[in-house]
Write a protein that binds this ligand. Structure first.
Ligand code: F6R
Length: 247
């Protein structure tokens, strides 16, 4: 695991977008998996800007959505679907048949998980996973206690996730479960970028990167992933020991 600290969220986002562009340039049929949420929002915006400027083709990219709220329809503005639709798909030339997002409304969620794992396997694995970190250390919806050995699965949401998650919705929602890629996908992904910004993430970043590795803080699995880069702004990195400063 490598840690990079940027002086601003803007710089962090520009560099994360550049990492994605570099992969797409090298491998136009790459399998990309992104998280939604506040953290990667500016990365997506920068990605769209750069891709348009350099005329980059996304038509062969296989896109995997990291997770989805169970029971939330895709047209709800708080859904992960809605995020990708508005932040990425409507701006870049992704092929619809190469976009794979969990259907949180599916009757058979186990089948939904199996379908996602098969897509990933059939395409030779994920080339890049870009994830955020929850205030409780979750990655995707791998909540505290999640097994490190899971592929896609459904998980009951921790109370921190159900209350913090309200920020994405216009009305108070009854959030109970999430459908998510597993931590085993993260370990097996050829490249991992874990992003965090802002002072509110400093405590959990310290626990994930320098605390005891274990599933009480799912993001701590990143300590075991040599090909992972943790990208932080200086506020999110502020509690780290031996923090050698910004890039
Ligand atoms: C969203 C996701 C979540 C978020 C995490 C941080 O698809 O997988 O794990 O990455 O909750 O959310 P923000 O970025 O809103 O602080």
């Amino acid at each position: 695991m490598e840690t990079k600290v940027y002086s601003t969220y803007y710089e962090l986002s520009e560099n994360a977008a550049k990492e994605i562009i570099d992969i797409v340039k090298k491998k136009p049929s790459a399998v990309l998996c992104l998280a939604s949420g506040e953290t990667p929002k500016l990365t997506c915006q920068k990605l769209v800007e750069k891709a348009k400027l350099e005329n980059i083709d996304f038509s062969k990219i296989v896109f995997i959505g990291l997770d989805e709220w169970v029971g939330i329809p895709p047209d709800n503005e708080g859904s992960c679907h809605f995020f990708f639709q508005t932040q990425l798909f409507k701006h870049l030339n992704f092929s619809e048949q190469r976009i794979h997002l969990f259907n949180g409304m599916a009757d058979d969620l186990t089948k939904e998980c199996g379908k996602m794992d098969t897509v990933i396997f059939d395409h030779g694995g994920i080339d890049l996973m870009l994830v955020g970190i929850g205030m409780n250390g979750h990655v995707g919806f791998n909540e505290p206690g999640a097994s490190f050995l899971n592929y896609s699965h459904v998980m009951d949401l921790d109370s921190v996730t159900t209350s913090v998650g309200q920020k994405y919705f216009k009305e108070t929602m009854d959030l109970k479960r999430g459908i998510t890629l597993g931590l085993k996908h993260l370990v097996e992904s050829k490249k991992v970028l874990m992003l965090a910004n802002g002072e509110r993430k400093a405590r959990i970043i310290k626990a994930a990167l320098q605390g005891r590795m274990g599933n009480l803080v799912p993001a701590s699995i990143v300590q075991t992933i040599p090909h992972a880069t943790v990208m932080l702004d200086k506020e999110a990195a502020s509690l780290l020991e031996n923090n050698s400063g910004c890039l």
